[in-house]
Design a protein around this ligand. Structure first.
Ligand code: TXA
Ligand code: MG
Length: 330
């Protein structure tokens, strides 16, 4: 465990990009902004660095990682693209879409990063700082969200610092992220499958494919061992405070995570109120989601009541993360 490291924090810029690339090349751990959430990067070909990454996150080692690359050509060196995958990559990269593809024969990514699977998850992130770091480093970078395992994903450098200071080498601060929920993950199997709803709405993907995405089984990622998307662990996104969904009132001692312009009964007695989007905008709500969950989690409320969020567009990803946040833990 690498607790006790000195974690350097640099503002995004040419010097930070150079430091990040050098640190990755030396097997270090670098947190950097992507358009979805902050990622914790390590050299995808360096098993020792990846082992340190799992230790820093306190993440179960069976959870495979996403390889981040700077462009489609780099992605083709590590995975096999069929026509369908090519169409998705060309339509949405750089952007908040991760493709799960068969590994290329000479895939240089360490087995540890793919948890021994024959497939690999890849994306080209759209954030300029992420792209500059990837291009300066010149190889694939695995990057899970830069939070401790079981915490919500970080959308600012301060979130990263509060979870990982002393455990990683460098944080590149590029300001708050734009999208706020993780990438959408599509398994490019015979039937393309939505493995995780995320920052790219399902409808846009289905429009490009000209067919509907298959839904994985409800319990994927449960306790069955080798699931379709191991990251679908039931309580992946977990505030410490109990979360009550579909709330149409606020009970004594509860904080309220609101959505939209309407008030709910008991709101005046709420310990704290944060509105994901007072004007009912789902993109704005996604960007606020993890930061507000963190803020309400430490606000001292007995529970967090969450108003209903519509299920279209980014609402599907928001509701997925809220459902996970609400799973009872011992
Ligand atoms: O937006 C994002 O995707 C962020 C930023 C940093 O890029 N990253 C992220 O990574 O959310 P992480 O590690 O928190 O989630 C990766 C997900 C997990 O659910 C994992 O199980 C799934 O990707 N995954 C990785 N490789 C896979 C594979 N070969 N087959 C199925 N699922 C895979
Ligand atoms: Mg994560």
């Amino acid at each position: 465990m690498n607790v006790g490291l000195k974690t350097l924090i640099l503002s995004a810029g040419a010097a930070a990009v150079r430091s990040a690339a050098r640190c990755l090349a030396e097997g270090g751990l670098v947190a950097f902004p992507t358009e979805t959430v902050y990622g914790l990067g390590a050299d995808a070909t360096n098993a020792a660095a990846i082992a340190r990454l799992y230790a820093a996150k306190g993440r179960p080692a069976f959870n495979p990682l996403i390889a981040h690359v700077g462009d489609i050509a780099s992605a083709r060196r590590i995975a096999r693209f069929d026509a369908q995958a090519t169409r998705l990559a060309e339509a949405f990269w750089p952007g908040p879409l991760t493709l799960v593809l068969p590994k290329a024969t000479d895939c240089p990514v360490a087995e540890l990063a793919t948890a021994g699977l024959e497939t690999i998850a890849i994306r080209v992130p759209a954030h300029p700082v992420a792209l500059e770091i990837l291009r300066a480093f010149g190889g694939p970078v695995v990057a899970p969200s830069a939070n401790l395992s079981g915490h919500v994903s970080p959308t600012t450098a301060a979130h990263v610092q509060s979870d990982l200071a002393g455990r990683i080498d460098l944080i590149v601060d590029g300001g708050p992220v734009e999208v706020g929920v993780e990438s959408t993950i599509v398994g490019c199997f015979e039937q393309p499958t939505l493995l995780r709803p995320g920052g790219l709405p399902r409808g846009e993907i289905e429009r490009v494919l000209g067919r509907t995405l298959r839904q994985p089984p409800e319990d994927a990622g449960g306790d069955t061992g080798q699931p379709l998307a191991p990251g679908m662990l039931a309580s992946h996104y977990a505030p410490r405070t109990p979360v009550r969904l579909q709330a149409d009132n606020v009970e004594p001692g509860e904080a309220l995570l609101a959505f939209g312009p309407d008030a709910v009964a008991g709101v005046d007695a709420a310990t704290t109120v944060l509105n994901l989007s007072a004007r009912g905008d789902l993109d704005e709500a996604a960007a606020n989601l993890f930061g507000y969950l963190r803020a309400l989690d430490v606000s001292g409320a007995r529970a967090i009541a969450v108003m209903p969020v519509p299920h279209h567009g980014l609402g599907e990803a928001i509701n997925d993360r809220l459902r996970r946040a609400a799973v009872e833990r011992e």
